[in-house]
Write a protein that binds this ligand. Structure first.
Ligand SMILES: [Zn+2]
Length: 419
């Protein structure tokens, strides 16, 4: 049960469906597993209706009630990072095609029956239809949208039941204009791409993190979960190992359809990586401003993630690296060696680098351009894996580099801590 520090993190997908994924995450700390869970729930951007203008509402429900229901309808948000910008980052005053999706709902009942108004009645206004009130040039985001971006999930798909908004009878009418915007669930739960994210660990309760209440027979009253088959049952008289730590986490991620489960997990890892990188940068004392220095000065600066020669000045290194020239990842790497590559190699790191060929979700790694691509794959055989294996992982002795690994997080302009 002891975590072996030399083992690489590993993911084994047990079930992957259109709206859910079940996987086993191994060889990570419980805090990492929980961070991933929380990031997937609360930090991945999607689009959701954020503003509603009522033209006519003669239904039995008040405007606020309907506006709230409209906000909760999941909208297709594939590639939301690139396909739409946050309104706060947009040049427009209120909303435009670059930062918003416009939808209209126009339903009236003319028959003597009860009629359902559902998410299938919501229509995205195509460009030039309704028209924005402001004239703003098209941003690069527009070209990156899928055809059904911003449409209600499951629209025109008979196998998906639409979301009921309101019921009306003869003579009643609902006519509204909705503006959907990009956001994250930390601000409002309507932006969460997940309907449920959970993980279980230690199904036999070997670690005694859980105290079961029972009347007579604990085993009968608390049947084991299905995950118990993955681990060996402890013997009745087995001594308690108080140093043991959980190392296998059984994840179940279910989405509301706005994003696929694969995108949720991959984006969750990217987001977590960015947050941690921001934290490291924020903890640095007196970070040098490369832009403000002359060319010579800039080239003399040590690399940001601690590949300093031992005699170099300690400024600009990360946290507590006085003792070791290597960065966080451990002492195993040789400074300057690029074999492990750390997060630096294309396809290394956490496998979420857009340039990495080895992201390897659900398949073998190394399928891309970079042969030693380990990444967040299901295959642990790759030689230069992610995360802290000897000679690899974050920031062990790799050369200065840009855009990957710890040293230079992606420019964080849109979400996370610093905005
Ligand atoms: Zn805008």
């Amino acid at each position: 049960m002891q975590v072996n520090d030399l083992l690489e993190p590993n993911v084994r997908i047990r079930e992957l469906k259109k709206d859910r994924v079940n996987f086993v995450l191994e060889n990570v700390d419980i805090s990492f597993a929980n961070s991933l869970r929380r990031v997937m729930m609360a930090d991945i951007p999607t689009v959701a209706i954020d503003m509603v203008e009522f033209d006519t509402n003669t239904t039995v429900l008040p405007d606020e009630f309907i506006a709230h229901r409209l906000g909760m309808i999941p909208l297709v948000s594939t590639n939301c990072d690139e396909a739409i910008r946050y309104s706060r980052d947009c040049t427009c005053l209120e909303s435009c095609q670059n930062c918003s999706i416009e939808l209209i709902l126009n339903v009236a009942c003319h028959e003597s029956r009860t009629m359902d108004i559902t998410s299938n009645h919501l229509d995205v206004v195509v460009r030039g239809g309704f028209g924005w009130r402001e004239e703003v040039d098209d941003g690069e985001e527009i070209a990156r949208r899928s055809e059904n971006f911003g449409h209600p999930v499951g629209k025109n798909d008979p196998s998906v039941q639409p979301v009921l908004i309101c019921k009306i009878r003869k003579g009643q009418e609902l006519r509204v204009r909705c503006i959907a915007k990009k956001g994250i669930a930390k601000e409002h739960a309507k932006w969460s791409p997940c309907s449920a994210v959970s993980f279980e660990y230690d199904p036999h309760n070997r670690l005694r993190h859980t105290t079961y209440w029972y009347e007579t027979d604990i085993k009968k009253e608390w049947p084991l979960s299905a995950n118990a088959a993955e681990e060996e049952a402890p013997l009745d008289d087995e001594p308690f190992d108080y140093n043991a730590k959980p190392q296998k986490f059984y994840f179940e991620v279910e989405t509301d359809g706005s994003l696929g489960p694969q995108e949720v997990v991959m984006k969750g890892l990217t987001e977590l990586q960015t947050k941690l990188a921001n934290l490291v940068l924020g903890l640095k004392t007196d970070p040098p401003e490369l832009d403000t220095l002359g060319g010579d000065a800039a080239t003399q600066l040590p690399p940001a993630n601690g590949t300093l020669p031992a005699q170099a000045a300690p400024r600009a290194t990360g946290w507590g690296q006085e003792a070791s020239p290597a960065g966080w990842g451990g002492a195993a790497g040789t400074p300057g060696s690029s074999a492990g590559g750390g997060g630096g190699g294309a396809g290394g790191g956490w496998g979420t680098s857009p340039t990495g060929g080895g992201t390897a979700w659900g398949g073998s790694s190394g399928s891309g351009a970079s042969p030693p691509a380990g990444g967040w794959g299901t295959n642990t055989a790759a030689p230069a894996g992610a995360w802290g294996a000897a000679g690899s992982g974050w920031g062990t002795g790799s050369p200065p580099r840009n855009n990957t690994g710890w040293s230079s997080p992606n420019p964080q302009t849109q979400s996370g801590w610093n905005v």
